[in-house]
Design a protein around this ligand. Structure first.
Ligand code: ZN
Length: 249
């Protein structure tokens, strides 16, 4: 059986002498595990397509119960990301989170679009990495079913909470003075500018999620909150995130 699909490589692991095992997010079938036989041999025609963060068309065949790569036509290799260690580390984190959220056999068009959009931004546009990271984290969590409720303070109902905070366990917004009414768990401070940016990220259409400006302390607050929110909700850490943070103390 054969199949042709667009796919993004989320993980690569060397296998045997010249093979790789790839985890990819496909357009049609969601997450798939592929064996890329011989792709580490010199001159292998599938070598370019079978590397982390490659986006392209894959022709697959089924062999001994597993999908194997027959041909690849790489469309985007995101060279600007590969040439910059900070960007590559951040992109690898996006790939690890995407791999965690995606499920086998279930197409994830929004998650795929988000990841490609953020990779494209790292590759071609000159935005602060912290801005791309926080937008990815908030939006990925929203797609995973953890969209924070941002209409107003969850306790008093004020549309623009005073000294706004986001309660991580519940995904709720509140004023600093209402914090006690929301129950146990960690909450983190935002500024008014950070809250405006957060609403933009969560509520805007998918092509516009990075069309905002946020700097300095507000960007730091929003980024701290999204990172802890993601780890709290998914109940795990990420090796690639630790590496990214080790580069940018
Ligand atoms: Zn309140």
């Amino acid at each position: 059986m054969h199949m042709t699909t667009k796919a993004l490589v989320l993980r690569e692991v060397n296998y045997k002498e010249s093979d790789k095992i790839l985890t990819v997010l496909t357009e049609q079938e969601g997450k798939l595990t592929l064996s890329a036989r011989g792709c580490r041999k010199k001159g292998s025609p599938i070598a370019a397509g079978c590397q982390l963060l490659c986006w392209g068309e894959f022709t697959l065949y089924e062999y001994q119960g597993r999908w194997s790569v027959k041909e690849t036509a790489a469309e985007r290799l995101f060279e600007g990301v590969r040439a910059d260690l900070d960007k590559l580390a951040l992109a690898s984190y996006f790939a690890e989170v995407t791999e965690t959220l995606a499920e086998e056999g279930q197409p994830e068009p929004e998650l795929l679009a988000l990841t490609l959009n953020c990779l494209h931004t790292l590759d071609r546009l000159d935005l602060p990495l912290a801005q791309v990271k926080t937008a990815f984290e908030w939006r990925a969590m929203s797609l995973a079913g953890y969209e924070p409720q941002l209409e107003g303070c969850a306790a008093c109902g004020k549309a623009d909470p005073e000294e706004p905070r986001v309660h991580l366990g519940e995904g709720l917004l509140c004023c600093a003075s209402c914090r006690g009414k929301l129950g146990e768990g960690v909450s983190m401070p935002l500024s008014q500018a950070a809250l405006a940016a957060l609403r933009h990220i969560v509520w805007s259409e998918r092509k516009r999620i990075l069309s905002f400006r946020l700097e300095g302390e507000s960007l730091r607050l929003l980024g701290d909150a999204s990172e802890v929110y993601l780890m709290t909700r998914l109940e795990r850490g990420f090796r690639t995130l630790d590496f990214y943070k080790s580069l940018t103390p």
